[in-house]
Design a protein around this ligand. Sequence first.
Ligand code: NAD
Length: 335
Amino acid sequence: MPHQITLIPGDGIGPEVAAAARRAVDATGVRIDWETVELNADVILKTGQSLPEYVIDSLERTRVGLKGPVTTPVAGGFASVNVALRKRLDLFANVRPVHSLPGVHTRFEDVKIDMVIFRENTEDLYSGLEHEVVKDVVTSLKVITRTASIRIAEYAFHFTHTVGRKKVTAIHKANIMKLADGLFLRCCREVASRYPEIEYRELIVDNASMQLVMRPETFDVLLLPNLYGDIVSDLAAGLVGGLGIVPGANMGEHHAVFEAVHGSAPDIAGKGLANPTAMMLSSVLMLIHLKETDAARRLQTAVEKVYAGRTDLTPEGGGTASTTQFTDGVIAALN
Ligand code: NAD
């Protein structure tokens, strides 16, 4: 039986990198029925719905999605469809493996970077609860709950234990947000106490950012509430070669949606310059989720071979190849 997958190309560079990832997955020989659904700024403006029901209907059917980025207007306009989707399907864990790829030139080439970021995905300042109290005075509610904090901590520690990683770093600002981040931290400590074999440490987010740049090799598993997780993910992507490299998975109890860390990159959209690596590696995570581990390994290896060869790299990787040429290179490297 082919796997049923909801493909959401998104907008900006989304359709380009989604098409590239789809071609690469199809080339592995894994049989997939792709159900393509449009979710982009145009559709949202036309339908007046930030999350049209047909998107949810499709994901309810397939349970698995591969998603390109969707633009969110800045300082006004409609609310983030990405946040809405994660909340609606209760995709509570955002998992982002960040590691050096052989052949990718970065400022940190002599350092082995290998970390996995676990970002809480449903609450915090992404609650969208903002209010203008009086003119020019605005409050924005940061929501932290025990349920969501325990859930992401358990997910991170369970993963760490299962794959044999050694250390979890919880990242917070509980020196200032004593109640909100204090609760997050207490939940992390509670879960950590059940895993005595795993080293547990805590870092304040500003210090963590500095340490990530100075000593990225000392990080293993990172556990963060939503906002810090968002910011630190982009910082970590910068360590290993850019946003076009780092994949991600939004995991819930019943659904999984795989998407790159990066956004819709309007500055390069439609120019054939986008690096589809992050989408392809998100597809690798999807294939693992589908238990197609052999295809996942072959696709991961093919991407690595292209970087090692350095002839088919897009501008972000230091080359001159287009998105399509990179994709052709990956497909040719599949064995
Ligand atoms: P961005 O990630 O789109 O781009 C940041 C920089 O990285 C840009 O210079 C861009 O060209 C570059 N970049 C990103 N992905 C790349 C790729 N695959 N290949 C080569 N270069 C790449 O971040 P932004 O500009 O802050 O956000 C643009 C839009 O994307 C915003 O509307 C934002 O809300 C949205 N966004 C969506 C998601 C999502 O759908 N999950 C995530 C983040 C941002």
